[in-house]
Design a binder for this molecule. Sequence first.
Ligand SMILES: [Zn+2]
Length: 98
Amino acid sequence: MASPRVSANPGMRCPHCTSGAAARSSRQLSRLLKEVYYQCKNPACSFAWVAQVEAVRGLSPSGMPNPAVNLPVSPWRPGDIPITSDENQISIFDGPGA
Ligand SMILES: [Zn+2]
């Protein structure tokens, strides 16, 4: 069964006109939380907004766990997006040496 085609790009659609948006900048607020500043690409709309990206759970344990980070680790669930599904990532099997 084929995996759903998804992108690892944390892009968003404009909440007003649903056009694509560009992430203009971001800042890390904590180890778990990041703010991303978006701008709508539709010139007739041009809405700008701030979104937050938060780490909410782990999928596998860290090999270098930080005692200050308290994230529950839960197994993969149906509907979880595979980490290897980035369509823009070059496969190690398709690299220049292949
Ligand atoms: Zn818009």
